[in-house]
Design a protein around this ligand. Structure first.
Ligand code: ADP
Length: 255
């Protein structure tokens, strides 16, 4: 299977020589095309830093990150902007929708920036809206939508460009349990039927149980890896809870 993402011996330091924080300490892993991978770890373990480095928002101190054959640690700012537009889709905990634009316009923006024709944009938005069941909110503004609808609009924006890799940062963090389940079922379907490759950071075991492989990090290092294999989601959830407990979580499955 072809790797879409290859993280190679990365380290990330913050601060100066009198006050250094090693946020990532020699992490390497690969994500193959079509995988759905979760990243878990206690607060302060380096999850956000890792995701920020992969999403080109932050730079690594050493090491390489290869996405779809491009070493993003070597790209300069203009090439990096283009790379981000073409290869990556982002889903954030707090949706990051533009308040002054409708759902339709929020989704269209990613395609307008790429210079696509409005007829093509319209076709793509209608298809993705039907898929994510947000057709009825396309003309609404974010303040007129529920949290679950906002996150499905944000997901539409992330996948409408057909990116190589979708990066999700605590995507269910601001959702009630029903909306979270609905969103995760969509992720599952996207991954299974459209072969979307997803890398998702979460501290929530229920959310993580929808992934097929979990990487656990602690103190900036890879600590453990769980593969779902033929386990049901519930069985996988129980295994995740065991590792979370080992890592220092509690019974509420929150780190
Ligand atoms: P997590 O997302 O798992 O909570 P982070 O990636 O946010 O962890 O943080 C990892 C470590 O790096 C922590 O010790 C944190 O305090 C430190 N850190 C994160 N961002 C910065 C920054 N901009 N400057 C200095 N230290 C930082």
């Amino acid at each position: 299977m072809k790797s879409i993402l290859s993280v190679e011996k990365i380290e990330k330091y913050y601060g100066n020589k009198d006050n250094v924080t090693k946020a990532i300490d020699n992490i390497s892993f690969k994500v193959d095309k079509g995988e759905f991978v979760g990243i878990m770890g206690p607060s302060g373990s380096g999850k956000t830093t890792l995701l920020n480095c992969i999403s080109t928002i932050d730079n690594v101190t050493t090491g390489n990150i290869i996405i779809n054959d491009s070493d993003i640690t070597r790209l300069k700012s203009k090439a990096l902007d283009k790379f981000r537009q073409n290869e990556l889709g982002f889903i954030f905990q707090d949706f990051n929708l533009l308040d002054t634009l409708t759902a339709y316009e929020n989704i269209a923006l990613a395609l307008t920036i790429k210079g696509e024709k409005s007829s093509e944009i319209d076709e793509k938005i209608k298809a993705v809206a039907q898929y994510l069941e947000i057709g009825q909110v396309l003309n609404k503004y974010p303040y007129q939508m529920s949290g679950g609808q906002k996150q499905r609009v944000a997901s539409a924006r992330a996948i409408v460009t057909n990116p190589s890799l979708v990066l999700a940062d605590e995507p269910t963090g601001a959702l009630d349990s029903k909306s979270a389940r609905l969103l995760l079922e969509r992720f599952e379907d996207l991954n299974k039927n459209l072969k979307t490759t997803i890398l998702m950071v979460t501290h929530d075991s229920f959310t993580a149980s929808y992934a097929h492989r979990i990487l656990f990090i602690k103190d900036g290092r890879l600590f453990n890896e769980l593969i779902r294999g033929s386990d049901t989601r519930k069985e996988f959830f129980n295994k995740i809870i065991e590792v979370v407990t080992l890592l220092g979580g509690d019974d509420n499955n929150v780190f």
